[in-house]
Ligand binder design. Sequence first.
Ligand SMILES: Cc1cc2nc3c(=O)[nH]c(=O)nc-3n(C[C@H](O)[C@H](O)[C@H](O)COP(=O)(O)OP(=O)(O)OC[C@H]3O[C@@H](n4cnc5c(N)ncnc54)[C@H](O)[C@@H]3O)c2cc1C
Ligand SMILES: CC(C)=CCC/C(C)=C/CC/C(C)=C/CSC[C@H](N)C(=O)O
Length: 480
Amino acid sequence: DPAGSSQVDGAPPSKIAVVGAGIGGSATAHFLRQHFGPEVQVDVFEKGEVGGRLATVSVNHHDYESGGSIIHSLNLHMQEFVKQLGLKYRRSMAGKTAVFNGEELILEETDWYLLDLFKLWWRYGISFIRLQMWVEEIMEKFMRIYKYQAHGYAFSSVEELLESLGGSGFINMTRRSLSDSLLELGVSQRFIDEVIAPVMRVNYGQNVSIPAFVGAVSLAGAQNNLWAVEGGNKLVCSGLLKIANANLLQANVISISLVPSEAPQYQLSYTTATGTGSELYDIVVLATPLQESVGSGVLFQGFSPPFDQLPGNYHGTVATIVHGYLNTSFFGFPDPRLFPFTCILTTEEPNLFFNSVANVCPVNISASFRRKQPQEAGVYKVFSLRPLDKAQLKTLFRSYYSVQVTEWQAYPCYSSHQGLPPVELHPNLYYLNGIESVASAMEMSSVAAKNIALLAYHRWNRQTDMVDQRDLMHRIKTEL
Ligand SMILES: Cc1cc2nc3c(=O)[nH]c(=O)nc-3n(C[C@H](O)[C@H](O)[C@H](O)COP(=O)(O)OP(=O)(O)OC[C@H]3O[C@@H](n4cnc5c(N)ncnc54)[C@H](O)[C@@H]3O)c2cc1C
Ligand SMILES: CC(C)=CCC/C(C)=C/CC/C(C)=C/CSC[C@H](N)C(=O)O
């Protein structure tokens, strides 16, 4: 169709729009290109910076991750992107962690692995072994997605996707609290309070009443097989847009209107630095949270029934990057030279004004890089619910050269009572960020991106046998 409109049987779509150039939108553009081929026009709208919640701040001529920072060794989409783009891995540097309860350090990692194991066993019994096995089992099931996607299968809802990976058990894990699930598993309350809660505070800024699934992802993010992208994780986004040959439009999408016809189209209206515009698309993917508190600001027009606002809020998390001298006395070490920790997590204490403080490495580490000792000025990342005031900064740091604050609408406010948002908002209109209600992580957005590209492709070509198929493990085994 020369005018670039409407679906003709067998013809590919002419124009696809993706709203948002974070990892979700960039990966979607890449996968759409893979599936729909070189002819289709892929326009990606971004109102802020490419990368979205993957961003860096500069301190003293080095860049540091201020948003999404760590990637699990079994996050295979992220791994594949890095390979395809010719980027390099940056391994997480080893360092010791301690847990602070507002008065003292209650748990301290040592140089001796066996001693740490013995201390854990002494304090918590076999809770930590039970926990490790639980996380491993969930990761193993989660990894089925890569096989399903490699075989081209797609899911029309987050529930269908979860069901295919872990049956009703996975769906229930989005409805049940982490603490209930772990208590049932035989993990002790003390272990939950002193180990699990601190991990939930650093990773999602929330407590152990978050659903079990996101809790398991958060625990996977506390394992020691983590990495990041040399030069900054956001390089994956710009790289994917480039290899997708996508048109990046620096524009704020303000509305999506349904243009009714036999094959519906969507009119995107947007503002740029210089004016306004609007374009018609055959397929649209929304790759940004639609909850009101995040403020994507997209209005839906002409849809019947009208779309309701998505329920729930996003959790405000403040990342403060400080270049200075950590006040180790606050943690019971008057002599900073004797302070062996690089990361301090905290328990759930009403009076604590921060969730974690950690010495961080720049996104470019040269061979000669070494971590600064606590008696030297170093770069630290503090996570907190609210911006730190001067007195709080002075409590954590003896003195500092610079403070950079990023206030994120970071991840969903997790509760075990919310349902999961839809993926298909309208026949060719898709929503990516519903996956964050299961768990928010770079890999989750990447999995959702691949799913939406496959789903859009199968829907466009009316291949119903590739969507929402059950018993996929068995099918794949018996496929020629
Ligand atoms: C502090 C912090 C730490 C984190 N740590 C980790 C971690 O260590 N590991 C991990 O895996 N994950 C981590 N995450 C989560 C991870 O960053 C996110 O899950 C992921 O980056 C989400 O990507 P996305 O593309 O789906 O959304 P986003 O990155 O939010 O992208 C959406 C994009 O859409 C744009 N947009 C919005 N509305 C419009 C509009 N109307 N028009 C045009 N453009 C629009 C936005 O500007 C944005 O760039 C962290 C998140 C935060 C905030
Ligand atoms: C999706 C799967 C199966 C695994 C991902 C595990 C992972 C990398 C989780 C990280 C979750 C997250 C939101 C962490 C935020 S804070 C990260 C870090 N502690 C920091 O200091 O920046």
